[in-house]
Design a protein around this ligand. Structure first.
Ligand code: SAH
Length: 341
């Protein structure tokens, strides 16, 4: 994180005015405070909270990937940013039934910085080991799942003016623009370009781990397949859009994930990359509709709700298109389920 006392352009604080923070610094601090103090699920919902079939299908995906890896006797089953722990709970229930060999081999690890969220996760998944970052994960083969994790990582924003680039800082609830070298790619005058140094570094570190020790990761999030222009920085408070610069720590701050940048970071580290594919296509190929019909037949009173939840996850106008799925794996891997040509 940049040191806010050393900001360019005279943005250091004075007695009457606080220092300006670069947007990624502002977002990192605001989200750390937010996840430490709030129940984020009062402000937004996520796929595993919408339908149990989401975690079940990701669990089944992990079991097939484990077999593609040669069914190692021990494998770390890792989730980054597990929220309430619902995805892992649903995944483990499913694999203990359909893939007991994988269930026995898997050791659950959670990468989670918020102590509050860890307590919530422990109430659903008791046999887990918690980590602050990827660094302390055990060396060895791993399968990692990350749903709506990268979107919470801090971004920087650059604005292309007629005379050159400026970068956005935040002071007193408003943007301050400071002349800059730009984001490293060109864009039309008037556009906003976002980059997440942390997301790129995180995916690069993950990819290096997969190359060194074997395994695969599934990254699910909302965002674009190509690096695009536009301001996607947003806040949700009480389930409603809010001003992201006001009252930091009281709202969930996110931005669209740049899947092209994530894939580039993984390839640069020597990993194989599959996708991104849309969440609708991915879940459909994994058997979303068949599994939903089975659940509906077993619970006729809930059949309508189960179908509505599946549609919410997969219909193009709901989460089916905006959400993308990317797989990063050890090199030489066969296309995993959901990514077959
Ligand atoms: N994957 C969950 C929750 C998404 S919310 C779901 O789909 O329901 C984001 C999660 O990431 C929360 O658990 C939050 O505490 C965690 N988180 C946010 N920033 C993090 C960081 N930098 N490192 C680790 N965990 C983080």
């Amino acid at each position: 994180m940049p040191n806010s006392q050393d900001m360019p352009g005279g943005l250091g604080g004075t007695a009457s005015s606080p220092p300006a923070l670069r947007l990624d610094d502002f977002m990192a601090r605001a989200n750390a405070a937010y996840y430490a103090r709030h129940d984020p699920f009062k402000d937004f919902t996520t796929s595993p909270e919408i339908a149990q079939v989401f975690g079940e299908l990701l669990g089944a995906w992990a079991a097939v990937v484990w077999r593609l890896m040669g069914a190692p006797a021990r494998v770390a089953l890792v989730e980054a940013g597990p929220g309430r722990g619902t995805l892992m709970q649903d995944a483990l229930r499913c694999v203990s039934r359909v893939a007991p060999g994988f269930a026995a081999a898997a050791e659950v690890h959670f990468v989670e910085t918020s102590r509050r969220m860890r307590a919530e996760q422990a109430s659903r998944v008791s046999r887990a080991v918690w980590h602050d970052s990827l660094e302390s994960l055990p060396n060895g083969p791993c399968i990692l799942l990350a749903n709506e994790f990268l979107d919470a990582l801090p971004i920087r924003q650059f604005v292309r003016g007629a005379g050159g680039w400026a970068e956005r800082f935040v002071r007193d609830g408003a943007f301050v623009e400071v002349a800059s070298d730009g984001p490293g790619r060109e864009a039309p005058v008037g556009s906003v370009v976002e980059i997440s140094d942390l997301a790129r570094t995180w995916v690069g570190d993950l990819a290096r781990r997969l190359v060194a020790h074997g395994g695969a990761a599934l990254i699910v999030d909302y965002g674009t397949a190509e690096s695009s222009c536009g301001d996607s920085f947003q806040a949700l408070r009480g389930g409603k859009p809010a001003d992201p610069l006001v009252d930091p720590g009281s709202a969930d701050l996110t931005a669209h994930v740049d899947f092209a940048a994530a894939a580039g970071a993984a390839r640069a580290a020597g990993a194989a990359v599959f996708g991104p594919v849309t969440q609708g296509d991915f879940l459909g190929r994994l058997g979303l509709w068949e599994r939903t019909s089975t659940l509906a037949a077993a619970n006729p009173g809930r059949a309508g709700d189960l179908r509505a939840a599946a549609l919410r996850l997969a219909a193009p106008e709901r989460m089916g298109c905006l959400f993308k799925v990317l797989c990063v794996s050890q090199p030489g891997f066969a296309p995993p389920p959901g990514f077959e040509a």
